[in-house]
Design a protein around this ligand. Sequence first.
Ligand SMILES: Nc1ncnc2c1ncn2[C@@H]1O[C@H](COP(=O)(O)OP(=O)(O)OP(=O)(O)O)[C@@H](O)[C@H]1O
Ligand SMILES: [Mg+2]
Length: 392
Amino acid sequence: MYEKEPHEKTAEMIQYEEETGRLSVWKGAETEHFFKWQKNKEREESKKEKLAPLREAKNRRKELKKVRKDEKDVERDYEHLIVVEKLHKTYLLGTTAVAALRGVDLTIDKGDFIDIMGPSGSGKTTLLNLIGGLDTPTRGKIYLEGENISTLSDNELANIRKERIGFVFQFYNLLPQMTGIENIMVPMHFSGKLSRRGKQKRAMDLLRLVGLEERGHHTPSELSGGEQQRIAIARAFANDPAICVLDEPTGDLDSKTGVMILNLLRDLNKRGATFVAVSHDATVSEFASRVFHMRDGKLTHEGKVGGLKETELMQLTRKKEGEINKEKCKSKIFKFLFSNQGRMEIPLMEIKNSIPQDILENIPENFDDILHELILKNNIKGEITGDRLILK
Ligand SMILES: Nc1ncnc2c1ncn2[C@@H]1O[C@H](COP(=O)(O)OP(=O)(O)OP(=O)(O)O)[C@@H](O)[C@H]1O
Ligand SMILES: [Mg+2]
């Protein structure tokens, strides 16, 4: 009988035998099972090969998306907390139109303590109510943390008020049947984020912050005006708002108590709280970092007073203007690359043209360096060659 040559085992055969515990060769010939295994493996390999570029593209998309999100967060962090643009508010009284605001522009940054002064009827409360989402403008826009809140529905505005705005009014507006600490907890109930215990702990912390830990179990009628206003301030901070708006916060207090409240506001401001107050009381302006005057529905003058020094955050924001533009520039590059996925070669000019001129004019380094840094830091597979970005 014909005898086959003894088989030299290939690496694949050895792998098969190790994997399956079977012999790859039986009586001088490869076994049926080994063939099947081999075919299966080939099929899997080719599938893997086909899927590899798809998987890689998917990963890249994911990566870009993540980086883009991070960049966006950075950009949003640097933007103004509130931007008020060409704001108009006209009330209708029967057939008479009362123009309470007539084109107000204002920007508010984190850490600001703004005071708006002005005669009765000049539109201060109207402006504050619009900033606080208590009412909507007739015309113009209000952006809060980058979101246009001037066109939101009542329900959406209620959410903004609940989550992002703290309110302090001239007459405290505390619920008379509740104790101080219960009043502070009211906004926490509405936001529903904390457990019962969490709410109590936070309310106690806030009471301590306003120096009233001993008086929290009294109802408003058992508290002085200044103490009620302290409770109201603590309540305004219940849900850790982005901004606290105050309408005549010292209007109902004697001047000494008023100054105590202003001192408290200044302390909170130094710890990072942002305030916008309207007042008749000139003392408020001594504690504020920026002062505006309102007359006939218009903001007429901005002044800075010596009372409060620029907060650290404000200084940082100012110094970082160049850096801000750099981050904005990077974010725009990302947006461009994201919407040009799949291209292998992109002229630098094309990327540059996608960035607004006012950003390009105020970047601390040249554009190519920023692009280079962005590619390096984010592991983008590409390099700048001459006047082109080559993507791999
Ligand atoms: N709900 C309303 N309906 C009609 N007119 C209104 C309404 N609210 C305010 N106004 C009018 O709009 C103008 C601005 O009022 P606003 O309350 O904003 O003034 P203000 O500066 O806060 O005054 P004050 O210092 O007296 O509180 C006033 O002429 C006022 O009469
Ligand atoms: Mg008012």
